[in-house]
Design a protein around this ligand. Sequence first.
Ligand code: FEO
Ligand code: CA
Ligand code: CA
Ligand code: CA
Length: 640
Amino acid sequence: MKNLPPDPSRRTLFKAIGALTAAGASNGLLTACSRSKDVEQAGLTFAEIPHRLDDNHHLPDGYRADILLRWGDPLHAGDSPFDPANLDAHSQARRFGYNNDFIAFMPLDDNAGPGENARHLASDNSVRGLLCVNHEYTQPHLMFPGYDDGYKATRGVSAEHVAIEQAACGHAITEIEKTSTGWQPVLDSPYNRRITLSTAMGIVGPAAGDRRLQTSADPTGKTVLGTVGNCAGGKTPWGTVLIAEEGFGGAFQGDPDNIADPVEALNHHVFDISPANRNWGDHDPRFDIGQELHEPNRFGWMVEYDPYDPQSQPRKLTSLGRFEHEGFTLVCKPGQPVVAYGGDDDEHQFVYRYVSRDRYEPGKDSHNRALLVEGTLFAGQFNEDGSGRWLPLVFGQGPLKPENGFHNQADVLIDARRAAALLGATPMDRPEDVETNPVNDCTYVMLTKNKRRAVANAANPRPKNATGHVLEIVPPGIDGARDHVSDQFRWNTFLLGGNPNAEDPGERGAYGQQLPGTISPHGWFANPDNVAFDLGGNMWIATDGCESFGFHDGLWAMATEGELRAAPRHFFGCPRGAEVCGPEFTPDGTTLFVAVQHPADGGRSTFDKPMHRWPDNDPALPPRPSVLAIYRPDGKRVGS
Ligand code: FEO
Ligand code: CA
Ligand code: CA
Ligand code: CA
């Protein structure tokens, strides 16, 4: 396939931010991050779909969705089609994994080979690339016959099932291309690769080699097998992909109360390790904290790897801290430190920012590859007056001293949650994706919900928050030159999830200016989770939880400025039991990839009696988590 011509208006988030123009100064709650009025945000003109709840996915008229990759699909030519009756761990490790979440589309230059990252990244190819997908977790009761529904069903009953589960977690890299019949995987590609819980990885940064990362299998504390809980992530302009380790505690078994070391007992409690967790430890001792006390400390990090080099070894970045990482997304401006934003997805946890020690130098990949290794992690403090501050997690500063149990920077990073709380960071309503809009240079925080919140604060304004909200971080600066390195910022409430007509004020949504006719009855949503921005700077939010309000999870798109700021339109709906992850655009904005995770989950649904069998609807096949490629047959941009 020929490359599409480069789009000078926006190649990637990283390049575009350096070329911003005319952003307005703060001037009030609803327009604080708006650009001047003469810069119109590209219109969203698609025909909105209704709220629904059924066993299919739904798109606006004029759009097509190709089922691109499903759990169990082969990633290598010659491998047989998926057959759930003949799945073993070796076979699963060569196939697309379970519960797809984050998606990165990394373009391929037709004339470049493996390892030529700069040429690939410069290509803007929107019809051939590497689809890099996280596989967050497994659900044995939907993967294998013979399991009951309910919580106990998450416990793998055999060593073979546990091995398959471990091979179905992690990440997949698949070359894909758009042909005359649609998007499809390229099965003879040398790039196709799985990363699983058996993949060898390095550990780098300030905590690498620390005593608390050492195990019987790795006395160096610098290598680890695999990654788990891979939720969202990010991309770098030097051609690597970042994948988050979120709910890793659920992979570990054991009772922290039986641990003599009080530091690790508290640490393992913080991440909900308990005897009731899945029983991988029965079959694989490193997942039993009674046998390997430090193994959980080697999870809960961000992982960086190079999809353009199939031989490369991923590495865990301890500089970005250890918690339930939703993801980290970057702001890279030439000659300035790299700034990365991320969330810790748990109730009352924090929003984080990282600033690299050294400066980003476009094209100098070997230099840039150290930028996420040496730098400073900060936690966010959101004040009542709309101001905010980034608080550095640095050993020896403030309360981060031996009298509080911090003996070095490794302790600060391993126990980042405790450090951030001591510093006075603001406990939030489950921070999910945090991403910067390349058009207005403001950063948006998805706060999915927090039913356990008893006391509201300005940035988390609703007790028992059931519907979630979105905050807008406005770094200082005007005319597009926002200073993400500054430790000061302003913040606004961008929207409150929920029905704008709800009687209960705790669930009542608030969207932009809510001018008459700007939001249809299908325009509201709850529980924002993942976010992406299109070429026009429109925000696309994926949800996780709308079924509690009677309709499917999906995608809602909206402007971030102008009269239609924060006025959502409903674009995509997923089948019952699923949440929507991804979303990711091709560089030219003509294809949108979405990940439909855990379809048919809930109620008494099992492999043997599933609530439905999306997407195959074949009585011989279970429901399968799948990635869709959504586009217009007329080739125009998605959303327009
Ligand atoms: Fe895996 Fe925060 O959702
Ligand atoms: Ca998520
Ligand atoms: Ca995102
Ligand atoms: Ca979620």
